[in-house]
Ligand binder design. Structure first.
Ligand code: SAH
Length: 189
């Protein structure tokens, strides 16, 4: 693999091969909206995206990008933690979602006080399993540089290992973040 390519770019390249117009997708950490916008572009026309963040600043940035691209109508923006995703996403989406992305850590450009945390991240991963369709993909980009980041990345890795019967994962290492890119098996093994 080309080590100079950022993992955020790699995520988009991998997702391009997984998503089609009309698909359903979820961004568990909207942040500045790069992944939400990318998901919306891939599922347009006819698809739909749910995006979650706990900070208004993140959701405002995300909404701005979507309006500029003419894709705001495709996306439901939810100001709540991703650990509540099953309360917000329609039951009709269970088992029908093609891609779910997590970009953990803090909002770039913010004061770094609000970060994702292992407990809520694992709860959201558990819910993601119920949403993903067979062959659907789960992408988790975890950062190890900030307080709690290494523990969170380790907790994610342990959780994925424990769920190898449902998910097949590739690990992409970099000096900074680590990417877990997983595909849901056609049936639980
Ligand atoms: N670290 C990445 C960006 C991550 S943005 C980078 O450097 O590019 C992570 C986002 O997750 C932030 O906007 C933060 O507000 C959000 N977040 C924190 N806890 C959350 C939770 N429980 N549910 C959803 N989003 C959360």
């Amino acid at each position: 693999m080309n080590r100079s390519r950022p993992l955020t770019t790699l995520v988009h390249e991998l997702l391009a091969g997984a998503l089609q117009p009309g698909d359903l997708a979820v961004d568990a950490t909207a942040g500045n909206g790069h992944d939400t916008l990318y998901l919306a572009q891939q599922v347009s026309p006819g698809g739909s995206v749910y995006a979650f963040d706990v900070q208004n600043r993140a959701l405002d940035a995300t909404a701005g990008k979507l309006y500029a691209a003419g894709l705001r109508d495709l996306v439901s923006l939810c100001r709540t933690g991703h650990q509540n995703m099953l309360h917000r996403i329609p039951a009709a989406w269970l088992g029908r979602v093609t891609a779910i992305t997590f970009n953990l850590g803090y909002l770039p450009g913010s004061d770094k006080q609000v970060t994702t945390g292992a407990g809520s991240t694992l709860a959201a991963l558990e819910q993601s399993l119920a949403l993903l369709k067979p062959g659907g993909v789960l992408s988790v980009l975890a950062y190890r540089g900030h307080a709690g980041g290494s523990d969170e990345a380790e907790a994610v890795q342990d959780w994925l290992t424990a769920h190898h019967g449902q998910l097949e994962c590739q690990l992409h290492e970099s000096r900074g973040p680590v990417l877990f890119y997983c595909t849901r098996h056609d049936r639980d093994l």
